[in-house]
Design a protein. Structure first.
Length: 204
């Protein structure tokens, strides 16, 4: 088994980091963790009336399998619990342990390169204009049958961006040594290729 190699991929909602992360993990044969799912799972428990800190401390693997974790309501709840310091602390060890597993790991989220894995061997910051991200999310939600308007989705994206960037604990900012990839005008294939090339440069 090869030595640990951590790839940290951060960025705002609907920038394409999840798709890129999965493709990168498959390319290199690394394990992948969508850390946003941890917060979505805690957010889902919040919506059921559970204290978010208790939810974070008792989170189990099966909690990440919920079919409703991608709903707009859970996304907003996830953004709200993510500003709670005790929630972040409770999920920190899980993420760091995953990151240093033998054979390599890809983690995507909001603060992987800055807080969770500041010593990651490769760091990317995947972004796109808010309007482009709203269009992508609107198409995704519409295809899933959600009754939402593009205006509402754009408002949600901007609200979430502001909350993520302005929170006191681990705000959404690029790590100083992260390679930034703006996917606004890129095909997903080009974005994945750019990500792989940036990581290959760090591995050589």
């Amino acid at each position: 088994m090869s030595a640990p190699f951590t790839i940290a991929i951060d960025g705002p909602a609907a920038a394409g980091k999840g798709t890129i992360s999965k493709a990168v993990a498959a390319h290199f044969g690394f394990a992948h963790l969508d850390t946003g799912l941890l917060y979505r799972a805690v957010g889902a428990k919040l919506l059921l009336g559970m204290d978010p800190v208790v939810a974070a401390r008792t989170l189990a693997a099966e909690d990440l399998q919920g079919g409703d974790l991608r709903s707009p309501e859970v996304a907003q709840a996830a953004s709200k619990v993510a500003v709670i310091g005790d929630v972040r602390a409770a999920l920190l060890d899980f993420q760091r342990s995953f990151a240093r597993r033998a054979g390599g790991a890809v983690l995507d989220g909001r603060d992987i390169g800055t807080v969770i894995c500041p010593n990651a061997e490769a760091k990317l910051f995947v972004t796109a204009r808010a309007e482009v991200r709203a269009d992508r999310r609107f198409a995704e939600l519409s295809a899933a049958g959600a009754a939402v308007s593009r205006a509402q989705v754009l408002a949600d994206v901007k609200e979430r961006d502001a909350r993520d960037r302005e929170r006191a604990a681990a705000p959404l900012i690029p790590a100083q040594d992260a390679v930034e990839i703006d996917t606004s005008d890129m095909s997903i294939e080009d974005a994945i290729a750019a990500a792989i090339a940036a990581i290959e440069a760090r591995r050589s």
